[in-house]
Design a protein around this ligand. Sequence first.
Ligand code: NDP
Length: 331
Amino acid sequence: MTTSDHFHGFVVTKPETGQRVDWTALTTADLMPGDVEVAVSHTTINYKDGLALTAKGPIIRKFPLVPGIDFSGTVISSSNPEFAVGDYVILNGWGVGESHHGGYAERARVKGDWLVKKPAAFTPAQTMAIGTAGYTAMLCIMALEAHGVLPGHGPILVTGAAGGVGSIAVAVLAKLGYEVAASTGRPEEADFLKGLGAKDILNRSEFSGPAKPLGRERFAGVIDVAGSTTLANAISQTRYGGCVAACGLAQGMDLPGSVAPFILRNVTLAGIDSVQAPKAKRIAAWNRLATDLDKSKLDALTVTHTLSDVIALAPQILAGHIRGRVVLNVA
Ligand code: NDP
């Protein structure tokens, strides 16, 4: 563990035109206010990080900024009574990597209220193999449960199944005993998805055209990362009383659908936000992951890179070319 005030990190700046990302020498005086300082050991790349690093979406709201919406590491100083030096902590969201310096640096300083302690079940690297994508997948599953969609009720559609949120959702749903229908644009990943526990593999083109107001009732529940016509089709094909957990916009921000499934089939559309989720819900989600995510499946869907690779990975995640989850070693 380093106690020097000097460290390095990626910093995003905004010159007159475009955006730059540079590996930069920093000191703890450059960090933003917070009551807990962390030696970052691992981070990851989420879709949102891809948007931030490539400036393809307005994610970063303050310049210069250290990007990276999540990280894990060891507390090196704390004036927060909940955290002591040596605790291993996880950060997801709260505007980190958007308006507060994030995880793509060797050090971070944040509010202790934003941190969750690492469940004993996971290694430090596994916390970022899960990352915000996996924690969001768990929030989606908890929403289905809260709306009464339980194992045995019928198939659960997972869109973007070969991506980060999707692959962890498939693995957890299958372990819980749900029947999983995995929708993907990568048919070559069928064996990978079956290995995670998917029963059926659907081609995502089935969901990409215009949606009927009421389609055939196929799914007891849905976890959708795509938005747009994919979400509209998923809603229209949800069975009476089912629930659709919507967390993403990989296809688009629009929702070109009908109210018919809500008012004629009692379908619930549950919005999922991980960034501002209250602490108790975060802890519940991480504890559920500790019991309901098979570690061998997690390892099977994870690849490891060093932090320096993140620049090359950013356009790849936006193009939908990354399978499962990526751990970035920082230490
Ligand atoms: P990934 O890039 O890992 O996965 C996204 C997947 O979506 C792709 O792998 C692909 O899966 C599928 N996809 C891509 N383009 C399209 C398209 N045009 N139509 C249909 N499917 C498509 O990203 P993440 O899993 O990290 O994130 C997924 C989404 O969830 C993102 O939009 C992200 O912003 C959002 N998100 C939201 C959070 C929240 O708090 N609400 C938190 C975390 C993520 P395949 O190849 O299998 O088809």
